[in-house]
Design a protein around this ligand. Sequence first.
Ligand code: G3P
Length: 211
Amino acid sequence: MKIFIDTANVEEIKEASTWGILSGCTTNPSLIAKEGRDLKEVIQEITSLVDGPISAEVNEGDLDSMEKEAIELSKLHKNIVIKVPMTKDGISLTKRLSNKGIKTNVTLVFSVPQALLAFEAGATFVSPFMGRIDDMNESGAALIAKLAEVKNIYGYETEIIAASIRNTKHIEEAALAGADIATIPFGVLKKAFDHPLTTNGLKIFKEASKK
Ligand code: G3P
């Protein structure tokens, strides 16, 4: 399973990129707003730090206005992926962009039928939101597993990005459910390195090496 970072914070991306495990980055309007910066400026900076797909979301609106914004964003860099909302216009836009060879990431996916529409429209990526499904007392992991199964049965090439990852358990569940990618917030990604037995083992080795 590939690892993307789910952030628009350039300092976090800089640090995580030194770890050698990042294959891409996803942003969304909330993450951009948190930084208080211009979308294009942030995205441009991320392209110099991450050598892989970088998702930039269009503002939800009518089809033509979203297409105009998508085309402008896609011109920023070859790695730009247009994040598109899971709406009728969003799916039409996915098809239009796919016909133009522009990569897309259909976001806010919460069901198999929604994902199927995105697969059929030629989405490059779909983003089911694990944490938000768990918030509804349902299973984000079960949804990922179902999407992976449908993808496998019909041979769709769309990659499944497990999004809304809130903890390291979600990383494990996404991997076991067959997600192609997990997009992980910086704080959760840092925690994935840790285990109390690793810390303890290191302490024991350090003390032994002094003797
Ligand atoms: O990848 C989508 C993510 O940014 C949303 O996460 O925690 O707001 O559900 P969350």
